[in-house]
Ligand binder design. Structure first.
Ligand code: PXP
Length: 240
């Protein structure tokens, strides 16, 4: 069955907007698990703009299957080998970006990425490489011994019109077929929402989808009525 990994980064984004103690990414993660998510993903960015070190340590301790998203840096590899999440997804990271904008250039950073993959695998962590749907990157991922690739679905999700959307979907389908044939397991993620999921489900050989922003956004809207009612109930105590 196709698995769902929920990315809880943006629960921490809401918390960081006020530098408050809530909402808690861990609490959200435990609710996701209860609702049937197979895994939890969190990205410890170098600038700690949402998830911080304490969040990641708590998630690693309490969540059944944590996927730590991270840049290919010595600092991140050290943290991961200490926390031992179930898996790590290596992503490119730029400080100025709003979110992960493209896939890894594996062949262009071969030595650095190979060394990180080896160190993580030596610590018994499953490694996934976040790549664009591109044959050269798939071959490079296989050649350095990654178990998984996560195909970047952002270009499909952000396509401006139907023709572009179809073209990007075809690229994803072809890449999933090629990755499976090569011997890699295939995940996908980025920008997947409640509308564009229909096209994503046409991709063959998928093991897991990693979805964050749309689920956190939906949770805000779906939970708004209950949150307002709860506050009004507390206000009932005001003497008239
Ligand atoms: N997968 C990877 C590798 C990502 O970098 C992200 C964004 O953090 C996601 C999945 C989730 O993307 P979104 O928040 O758009 O669903």
């Amino acid at each position: 069955m196709l698995k769902l990994g929920v990315n809880v980064d943006h629960v921490a984004t809401v918390r960081q907007a006020r530098k408050a103690a809530y909402p808690s990414p861990l609490e959200a993660a435990l609710i996701c698990e209860k609702a049937g998510a197979s895994g939890i993903t969190a990205h410890l960015r170098e600038d700690r703009r949402h998830i911080n070190d304490k969040d990641m340590a708590q998630l690693a301790a309490k969540v059944h299957r944590l996927n730590m998203e991270m840049a290919v840096t010595d600092e991140m590899v050290c943290i991961a080998t200490k926390l031992k999440p179930h898996s790590c997804c290596l992503v490119p990271e730029k400080r100025e970006e709003l979110t992960t904008e493209g896939g890894l250039d594996i062949s262009g950073n071969l030595q650095r990425i190979t060394e990180a993959v080896n160190r993580l695998q030596d610590a018994a962590i499953i490694v996934s490489l976040f790549i664009d749907p591109d044959n050269e990157q798939i071959e490079a991922a296989y050649s350095i011994g990654a178990e998984f690739v996560e195909l970047h679905t952002g270009a499909y999700a952000n396509a401006k019109n139907e023709a572009a959307r179809e073209k990007e979907l075809k690229r994803l389908i072809t890449a999933a077929e090629y990755a499976d044939k090569t011997g890699l397991s295939v995940n996908a993620g980025h920008g997947i929402d409640y509308v564009n999921i229909d096209g994503i489900l046409q991709m063959p050989f998928l093991k897991e989808l990693n979805i964050g922003h749309s689920i956190v956004s939906r949770a805000v809207i779906a939970g708004m009525e209950a949150a307002v009612r709860e506050m009004l109930d507390l206000m009932q105590e005001y003497p008239n």
